[in-house]
Design a protein around this ligand. Structure first.
Ligand code: FES
Ligand code: FES
Length: 179
């Protein structure tokens, strides 16, 4: 019986957690049942639809086919962890709304977590690259084009903001300027 459960330590959305897990349980079940993180959806539960995607140490995984015990010592990020301290939406969440990339919303949290992985690379990806990177998601509503637009829009905004910051910093480094 004791071998059936294991105590693990992990970080979930920035908070350190300690929890006893059934060694047969999936990370999806741990996040939903123990931490009430219901953005993590149960779609196919066999790694086919992407509805359960979360970031593990910055990398996107299907949490339904990832055992909860494997999360020991890892840093987990779910959609809930993207919100600001007062529940403000992140840029990519807002872009999904603005570009009508959400309809029934079932696929949306997992899709956004894949988008976050892409955006965190801080580089410009072609449409083709984004399509390939997002290809692990099934969406029955949006037809995918709106999702692509939302990812591209956020990517552009972040790259423009980074370029503006860099320009400002290099202007400040010039001699005899008043920054
Ligand atoms: S529920 Fe995990 S991939 Fe479908
Ligand atoms: S918005 Fe309905 S499945 Fe994607």
């Amino acid at each position: 019986m004791s071998k059936q459960y294991k105590l693990i330590h992990l970080t979930v959305n920035g908070k350190e957690r300690e929890v006893m897990v059934d060694v047969r349980a999936s990370l999806t079940d741990l996040l939903r049942n123990d931490f009430r993180l219901t953005s993590v959806k149960k779609g196919c539960e066999v790694g086919e639809c992407g509805a359960c995607n979360v970031l593990i140490n910055g990398e996107c995984f299907n949490s339904c086919i990832y055992l909860a015990v494997w999360a020991d010592g890892k840093d987990i990020l779910t959609l809930e962890g993207l919100e600001g301290p007062n529940g403000e939406l992140s840029d990519i969440q807002q872009a999904f709304i603005d570009e009508a990339a959400v309809q029934c919303g079932f696929c949306t949290p997992g899709t956004i977590m894949s988008a976050v992985e892409i955006l965190n690379e801080g580089r410009e990806l072609s449409d083709e690259e984004i399509r390939i990177r997002m290809s692990g998601h099934l969406c029955r509503c949006t037809g995918y084009e709106n999702i692509l637009r939302a990812v591209k829009k956020t990517m552009r905004q972040r790259l423009d903001a980074a370029a503006a910051r860099e320009k400002e910093a290099s202007a400040c480094n010039k001699p005899k300027t008043d920054c």
